[in-house]
Design a protein around this ligand. Structure first.
Ligand code: CP
Length: 313
């Protein structure tokens, strides 16, 4: 693996899932990354991605440098040929080249502005690091995807499934703020590579990018979608159709125990952080169906498997 910026960087998903599960079973440190440095740049907040990736790197014997690039770094210019007479003090060309001398792998988190679809889909931050860095680049959640989270979700479903082809429902849930489509995009992409029956449930106006959902059934009725579900993945996202807008905030789509009754005693997943009693009710998160803590625990082994593959390249 050269970079890990999208799920298409995975050559064999099943093999990578099994490798991550093996790393989880062993749960020991190795020296695979001795004398190597991972540099992580965060343009947005994080708890799980930051700490699980740092832990994964350390389990591989790597040194880790972390920077809150939005607060502590110079404001970066990404436009080619820009006349830099505004507030942006450093060009990505120099920044990426310099970082490539300090780090053997660079990992970047940069959310979308959710103002202009075309701008966000150009993935200018992530792609500029890929273009100007001379070392591998890892996506820690970008404008349109969160492939480390998706690999984690695939690992979690693989280890918990009790049938060959479980029914997996991705359901939208309300949230007061406009959130990116990155997590659901990558979740749909990874599920479409697995042997599952995938169904997406969301209100009218919240259909995801059809280039990503493809022929996946999209149902605008949550109750109908949840019937016989083995896994329910709950997530909010802002509208893709009316790009970045919040069209609905009432609690009609909040996941409760009552909603889970027609499911096949479904395991409930969420990438976290989750707003309790808005996205998912306390009774679900504190109940036996919730696997969100195990899911977050698997973030370490997803990151470890990816870093190991990059180091081996
Ligand atoms: N799920 C996830 O990416 O969590 P953080 O935003 O805390 O990293």
């Amino acid at each position: 693996m050269k970079h890990y910026t999208t799920l298409s960087d995975i050559e064999n998903l099943e093999e990578l899932i099994q490798e991550a599960l093996q790393l989880k079973k062993e749960n020991t440190a190795s020296a695979a990354g001795k004398s190597k440095t991972l540099g992580m740049l965060f343009f947005n907040p994080s708890l799980r991605t930051r700490l699980s990736t740092e832990k994964a790197a350390k389990l591989l014997g790597m040194e880790v440098l972390v920077m809150n690039a939005d607060k502590d770094g110079w404001a970066l210019e990404f436009e080619d040929g820009a006349v830099m007479d505004s507030n942006k003090a450093e060009h990505i060309k120099e920044a990426a080249a310099v970082l490539s001398q300090y780090c053997d792998v660079i990992a970047v988190r940069a959310f979308p502005a959710l103002e202009d679809k075309e701008t966000d889909e150009s993935e200018i931050v992530l792609n500029s690091f890929k273009k100007y860095a001379s070392v591998p680049v890892i996506n820690l959640e970008s404008a349109t995807g969160h492939p480390l989270q998706a690999l984690t979700d695939a690992i979690t479903i693989s280890e918990l499934k009790t049938s060959k082809r479980p029914k997996v429902v991705l359901t939208w849930a309300p949230h007061p703020k406009a959130l990116p489509q990155s997590v659901p995009n990558s979740f749909v992409e990874v599920m479409r590579k697995m042997e599952v029956e995938l169904v997406i449930a969301n209100p009218e106006g919240y259909d995801l990018n059809p280039k990503i959902t493809g022929d996946t059934p999209v149902i605008h009725n949550q109750e109908e979608a949840l019937k016989n579900a083995d896994f329910v993945y709950v997530k909010n996202w802002s509208s893709y159709e009316q790009y970045g807008k919040v069209l609905k905030t009432d609690r009609e789509w909040t996941l409760t125990n009552e909603k889970l009754k027609p499911s096949n005693n479904a395991k409930v997943m969420h990438c976290l952080p989750v707003r309790r009693n808005v996205v998912i009710a306390d009774e679900v998160l504190d109940g036996e169906n919730s696997v969100v803590i195990r899911q977050a625990g698997n973030r370490t082994f997803a990151a470890q498997a990816v870093l190991k593959r990059i180091l081996e390249n």
